[in-house]
Design a protein around this ligand. Structure first.
Ligand code: PGA
Length: 262
C-alpha cells in the first residue's frame, strides 16, 4: 500500500478577526517554513469571511491550504446562511470540514445531510473531511465502534471509488473535543481501524486504504506523536491547538516526524 502524506487540519471554529488572522499567518509561516520534515498536507479551516484574506496570505506557501468549516449540498438557491461548494472553489478553498460534532449537536445536522454535503463537496473539487465519533454516553456504554462505524457507512454510502482521493475521515470522539482530555492512542487506533474496515468494505481494499483517517479531540504538540504512532492514524484535526500559530506549527512538526518514523 502506498503511504499517504499525513493531513494536519486546524479548525479555528468561530474565532478571530481579520487583524488576528493576518498576525497569525505571519507568525505561523515563520515557524512552518523554518521547520524541516517530511511531506504533509496542512490546512486551516476559518470562518467564511476570512477566506480571501487567508488565501492571499498563504498563496505562496506550498502545503498550506485554506479550508471551510461547512458546505451545502445544493448548487444555489433559497438556503439562507449556507455556502455553496462552487463559491468556496471560486475562492480557491481546497478542503471542507463536514459533519463536525458541533454541527450535529447544536445545529441538527444528520447523517443524510453529512452524506450529501460530502458528495457535493467532492463533485465540485473540494477535499471533504467528514467527522465522525461517539458521545460520552456512547463511549461509556461501550458503543464507540458501533456508533462510529454506522456514521461512516452512512456518510460514504453514495460515494464511489473515484472519490477516495478527495475524502478523509476525522475520528473525533465528542468527549475529547475541547475538554483537554484526548483519546488514548490505543482507543484511537482501535476506532481508526474500525473506520478502515468500513472504508474497505465499501470501496474495496485498495481504495479503502486511499482514504486518510485523521484524529481530532484535544490533539496537542505534546500528545500528537503518540496518537500518530497508533494504527491507521494519518494526521490530526486540532481545534484549540490550532488557534496559536506557534502551537499549531509545533503540532505539525511533531506529527510529521512521528508519521515518518512509523
Ligand atoms: P479541540 O477541537 O482540538 O479543541 O478538542 C477539535 C475539533 O473540534 O475539531
Amino acid at each position: 500500500m502506498k503511504k499517504l502524506a499525513p493531513l494536519f487540519l486546524g479548525n479555528w471554529k468561530m474565532n478571530k478577526l481579520p487583524a488576528d488572522a493576518e498576525r497569525y499567518c505571519t507568525e505561523f509561516l515563520a515557524e512552518f517554513q523554518a521547520a524541516e520534515g517530511g511531506e504533509a498536507d496542512c490546512a486551516i479551516a476559518v470562518p467564511f469571511p476570512l477566506i480571501p484574506l487567508m488565501r492571499e496570505k498563504l498563496k505562496n506557501t506550498a502545503g498550506v491550504a485554506v479550508a471551510a468549516q461547512n458546505v451545502h449540498w445544493e448548487d444555489s438557491g433559497a438556503h439562507t446562511g449556507e455556502v455553496s461548494a462552487a463559491l468556496l472553489r471560486a475562492f480557491e478553498v481546497e478542503y471542507a470540514i463536514i459533519g463536525h460534532s458541533e454541527r450535529r449537536q447544536f445545529y441538527g445536522e444528520n447523517d443524510r445531510d453529512v452524506a450529501r454535503r460530502a458528495a457535493k463537496a467532492i463533485e465540485c473539487g473540494l477535499h471533504a473531511v467528514v467527522c465522525v465519533g461517539e458521545t460520552k454516553t456512547e463511549y461509556e456504554s461501550g458503543k464507540s465502534a458501533e456508533v462510529t462505524a454506522a456514521q461512516v457507512c452512512k456518510a460514504i454510502e453514495v460515494l464511489e471509488n473515484g472519490h477516495v482521493g478527495m475524502l478523509s475521515i476525522a475520528y473525533e470522539p465528542v468527549w475529547a473535543i475541547g475538554t483537554g482530555l484526548a483519546s488514548t492512542p490505543q482507543h484511537a487506533g482501535e476506532l481508526h481501524t474500525v473506520i478502515r474496515r468500513e472504508l474497505c468494505r465499501h470501496f474495496g481494499q485498495e481504495s479503502g486504504h486511499a482514504v486518510r483517517i485523521i484524529y481530532g479531540g484535544s490533539a496537542k504538540p505534546e500528545n500528537i506523536a503518540d496518537l500518530i504512532a497508533a494504527e491507521n492514524v494519518q494526521g490530526a484535526l486540532p481545534g484549540g491547538a490550532s488557534l496559536d500559530p506557534k502551537t499549531f506549527a509545533e503540532l505539525i512538526l511533531n506529527g510529521r516526524q512521528a508519521y515518518q518514523a512509523k
